[in-house]
Structures are given as C-alpha cells and as structure tokens.
Write a protein that binds this ligand. Structure first.
Ligand code: NCD
Length: 331
C-alpha cells in the first residue's frame, strides 16, 4: 500500500497547481475567502509579496490570463519577468521546457506557464524547484480560470453547489470547461447540462468524473433554446479555432451558438451568464448590459483569485487576514 500523501493534502506553500485536484477542498475555499479579503483590503495587502518575483512563461497567446497573473503579483508588491510568444525565447533554439524551467527556477519565486501541449504544465512542475501554476495546457486544464469561475458563482449565488450549470459550445477543446466540471464535482450537487454539437462533445475522462460523483448528473443536448430556462448558470465558450485540424470544420461549427437577448428572454431572471473570454460571436454585445451577464466580473475575480493563489504558494501571509476555520468547510 502506498504511503504517499495525496497532493491535495499537502501544505499550500511550495505547491504547484497543474489542476485544482492538487488543492484540497479546504484550500480552494480558503482561496475564495482570501480573494474576498483582498478585494476589501487592497491597500493593506499591497506589500504582501515585496521582494518576490513571478515568471510568466506564455508559449501560447493570451491577454487576460497573463496580464491577470502579472497584475496580481504587482498588486501584492512583487515583480514580474517572462515572455509571451515563445518565438522570443530560447525555445526557438530547441530548448526543452524542462531546461527552461530549471533555469527560470533560479530567478523567481513562482512560475505561471501556458503551453499548447496537454501535460506541459505537469512536466514543468516536475522540473521546477519553485511552485508552477498551470495557466492553460492545450485542451486539457485551466485551473486558475476555474478559480475565477468559482468566485463568480460564489458572489452571484452565495454557493458553488446545488446548481444547474449549462456549459455551451466547444466542450471538446475548451479547457476551462474541463477544469470547471472537475472542480464542481468535488463540491457536489451539480446538474450539468452539456450543450454542444456532436463534433464538440465533452471528452470521456470528464464525463467519467461526473459519473464517479453520485451527487452530480449530466445530460448532453444540442439545442440551447430548449434548456436555457432550466439553468442557474450558462457558461458559454468560444470554439477553439487553434485546436482544429481542419479550417472547414471550424468554419462550420464556430457560429453554432449565439446567445442574444431573444434567447436570454427565455432564461430565469437569476441565471448568470459566464464566459472565460475572449468571445468571438457566441455572445451578442447587446447581452453585456443584461444584469445576468457576469463575464466581466469573472475577469476581476480572476485577478483576485490569482493574488490569493500566488501569495499562498509562495507562502506570504496577507496582513490582517484570519484563516478560514476548517469547520466552515461544507461540501
Ligand atoms: C480561455 C483559454 O485560454 O482557455 N481564455 C482565458 O484564459 N480566459 C478560453 C479561450 O481561449 O477561449
């Protein structure tokens, strides 16, 4: 029998986060609690990471995620180095991820990495001597987007369980969807409505996760209009053009779902519309002014959750913060 401690049970400081399974439920709830504290005490926390340096190694395009990781460290008093677009770095000379990470580990206190290959963040975490945070590995996982999503659910509903959650669009390649389902299953009591064309259905390993969770269930449907009225949350996604092998397939599928006011009029008044952004056509701009649109709140929550995560894995305490009592963890 293995005596190895599951990653989720190990202390926060020094921890790499490749998927949110690397954190315990208590640690995830602690991050939500910390993010709320940070939001209310921005000035007090602004020197938490004085003298620290974060590296953002982005081998794939990003606007929000990289700027969010960087702003988070800057707002904690730390500094940031890195590259965006691997063409600028030694990878073009043939350097492996492991060698880049071993090098950068000497410079910084934590690394955020985004890479087009599934598993790249895991490889990086094994090579690193500092915590590595996965900022998206191919079509696999995007744990910090899930932290932003959870914070948005918490602020809209006061809970992250007992919800009917529709996920719509590219469920095959949408890594944010995979991370979110994985994590919601750990807290339980979620009814998933998986809305996609046949070509873009949820991968089996994600479905297996729902099946392994007795308190969760799912249905797979193609039509958004017929289910929108049942949802508490509608999580829209972009069809992931960069992961298609064939341009024609992308063009055929990209506009399958467009959420507009007419469709939204069929939804419940309390429903929240989430989207990890960037959007292409899947949400009409007219929806932005609807109180149900929560996607720009997600952006703010992403920064706050990354502040909470970066300070936690580096091991810097937020001044004045009182930790969550273990007994407050309910799931
Ligand atoms: C997402 C991603 O990169 O997976 N964006 C993000 O990080 N907010 C979603 C996407 O690109 O469609």
């Amino acid at each position: 029998m293995s005596t190895e401690v599951p990653p989720s049970e190990t202390p926060f400081v020094g921890k790499s986060v490749v998927t949110l399974d690397d954190l315990s439920r208590h640690q995830i709830l602690e991050l939500l609690h910390k993010a709320a504290y940070i939001d209310a005490h921005r000035r007090e926390v602004s020197h938490t990471c004085d003298g620290r340096v974060l590296a953002t190694l982005f081998y794939e395009p990003s606007t929000r995620t990289r700027l969010s990781f960087e702003t988070a460290m800057l707002r904690l008093g730390g500094k940031v180095i890195g590259f965006a677009g691997a063409q600028l770095a030694s990878v073009t000379k043939g350097e492996s991820i492991a060698d880049t990470i071993k090098t950068v580990s000497n410079y910084v206190d934590a690394i955020a990495i985004r890479h087009p290959k599934e598993g790249a963040a895991l490889v990086a975490s094994r090579a690193a001597s500092v915590p590595v945070i996965n900022a998206g590995d191919g079509g696999h996982m995007h744990p910090t987007q899930t932290l932003a999503d959870l914070a948005t659910l918490q602020s809209r509903f006061g809970r992250i369980t007992d919800l009917t959650v529709g996920l719509c669009g590219d469920l095959t390649f949408g890594r944010t969807v995979h991370s979110l389902i994985e994590t919601l299953c750990r807290f339980g009591n979620v009814r998933f409505v998986l809305i996609s064309p046949d070509e873009l259905k949820t991968p089996q390993y994600v479905i297996d996760r729902i099946n392994a969770t007795p308190s969760c269930s799912y249905v797979e449907v193609r039509d958004l209009v017929s289910v929108i009225g049942n949802l508490d949350v509608l999580y829209m996604t972009r069809v992931q053009k960069e992961r298609f092998f064939n341009e024609d397939d992308y063009l055929r599928l990209r506009d399958t779902y467009i959420l507009d006011e007419a469709k939204l009029s069929l939804a419940q008044p309390h429903m929240a519309v989430l989207h990890p952004l960037p959007r292409v056509n899947e949400i009409a701009v007219e929806v932005d002014d609807d109180p149900r649109a929560a996607y720009f709140e997600q952006v703010k929550n992403g920064m706050l959750m990354r502040m909470a995560l970066e300070s936690s894995v580096i091991g810097d305490e937020l001044p004045g913060y009182v930790p969550l009592e273990p007994k407050e963890v309910q799931a």
